[in-house]
Design a protein around this ligand. Structure first.
Ligand SMILES: [Zn+2]
Length: 82
């Protein structure tokens, strides 16, 4: 299992595919393995804890994630650089 996990991390260049965080070298299996919610035997790779928690928080609902991005976009407009 550790070998499979290492291969998943290596296939992603050791990075979280959402935020770009580096997988800690000194911690084996530090990040959750992400599987397709509708096909649990289909593995998507690994994500850092925070990004995985975000997806779980939005229940893997693409529409809600999109709404959240738009919400943040509008709410932070005042202090974002052009
Ligand atoms: Zn991340």
């Amino acid at each position: 299992m550790a070998d499979d996990y290492s291969k998943l991390v290596a296939a992603q260049g050791g990075l979280c595919l959402i935020c770009g965080a580096h997988h800690p070298d000194d911690q084996e299996e530090a990040w959750p393995v992400v599987t397709d919610p509708k096909q649990p035997d289909k593995c998507w790779g690994v994500l850092c804890e925070q990004c995985y928690a975000g997806l779980v928080g939005f229940r893997f609902n693409l529409g809600w994630l999109d709404n959240a991005a738009h919400y943040l976009w509008h709410k932070t407009k005042a202090y974002r650089r052009p």
